[in-house]
Design a protein around this ligand. Sequence first.
Ligand code: SF4
Length: 318
Amino acid sequence: MTAPAEKPPLTVLLAAPRGFCAGVERAIEAVEAARAATDRPVYVRHEIVHNGRVVRALEETGVVFVDEVAAIPDGAVTIFSAHGVSRAVEQEAAARGLDVIDATCPLVRRVHTEGRRHVADGRTLIVIGHRDHVEVEGLVGQVDGAVHVVESVEEARMLAIPDPERLAYVTQTTLSVDDTRDIIAALKARFPTIVGPDLKTICYATQNRQAALRSIAARAERVIVCGARNSSNTNRLAELARVLGRPALLVEDAGEIGEDFVAGVSTIGLTSGASAPEALVQEALARLAHWRRLDLEEIRVTQESVRFAPVDLGALAG
Ligand code: SF4
């Protein structure tokens, strides 16, 4: 009898930090706490965080996810997602008398406050971000007055502003650090008196995951990014890997990883977006282990210690 052929080795560089950020953990815990605290129906406007697995697990406990407040029945507990909502949505829920639990990430809330402050100072606000993303919709809708959304350097160059002397900008929290730097430079070149936070409103978790990706991409031939296709920060990770010249595979489920992606590869990078559970990374490793003998190496660029105070459960508390 011949011995089975030994699997060829594969070095896996695990990015750290990766996966859940403090805002995502806080938002999921808020939904779980609300579910545990009441027998009333619990509705969440929008996915609580952009991850289908997280949403499905909460649905199994009876939580219902809807796109609009209008779809929430009277008397239901109403939760706003980590991405934040516009004032119109807040007002609609208040007018309906719904009990609202606001799981907006404090770092998104901080951008709302900063945007409002600039407008109160008489400045026109530019939001750097993706106009169809729910966070940007909420941010734009939190600011009274003129707001312009800019997605690219090209748009920054084309922007027509009536009062270009009094401008300010803020950014979505989950953007590419490099692209945002370029857009800010383009805005400053056109509008030298513009004021803004530089890259500070891109949140710590987004920045750290991009820095970790950079480190693994320096050595990995290819990169696997675990996370949802509608997650902004997850997409930015896959994009960054490709910009760095590394073929990248974004997977929502480990089953999407094909043997061909690692064929002939000796070192692969593995990371996950801020809304992706660690279980997904572990399943990706188990999948790779079908074909290869894994040698794991964690590449940590920083230690994260950010924790936010729990979401206020309002009428459901204690
Ligand atoms: Fe908050 Fe950043 Fe996480 Fe978004 S990615 S929930 S802004 S910590």
